[in-house]
Design a protein. Structure first.
Length: 139
């Protein structure tokens, strides 16, 4: 799917710090936690709590945010509609990355099951478990 140049320019100018509070409100309004939101963001970007807070304080644009990110290799498993676009058909990399994040936040807010085991935490989306973080097994 081709997005308009105006849409892509808007994505490039947005700061993560300006959008982050909306993500928090969205998930907390639905009974989810900031910690769960951070797990989703960390799964997608590799940013731990400290790095996330630094990027918010620096007011980085989404361009910088995703340039610094190490996208999870399973990111292409995130599919479906978000904001009127089918994610897997978006051609502009930045817009696609922002929509990946939007989709994960949306699915978390919708109450998708957080699957926790002794080896991983995952978010179940459309029957696919997206691993959010690995935990160390004892021993």
């Amino acid at each position: 799917m081709i997005t308009t140049p105006e849409h892509d320019a808007k994505m490039a100018k947005l700061t993560f710090a300006s959008v982050y509070p909306h993500y928090v409100v969205k998930v907390e309004k639905k009974g989810r936690t900031r910690e769960e939101l951070h797990q989703v963001i960390e799964w997608l970007t590799g940013f731990d709590e400290q790095k996330l807070q630094e990027l918010i304080a620096e007011k980085v644009t989404f361009v910088t945010f995703f340039q610094k990110a190490k996208l999870n290799q399973n990111t292409p498993l995130i599919t479906g509609m978000i904001c009127g676009y089918r994610i897997e058909e978006i051609e502009t990399p930045l817009t696609k990355n922002v929509r990946y994040l939007d989709k994960l936040v949306d699915e978390l807010a919708k109450g998708r099951k957080m699957v926790k085991s002794h080896t991983a935490t995952a978010l179940s989306i459309a029957g696919t478990e997206i691993r959010l973080c690995q935990t160390m097994s004892p021993g």
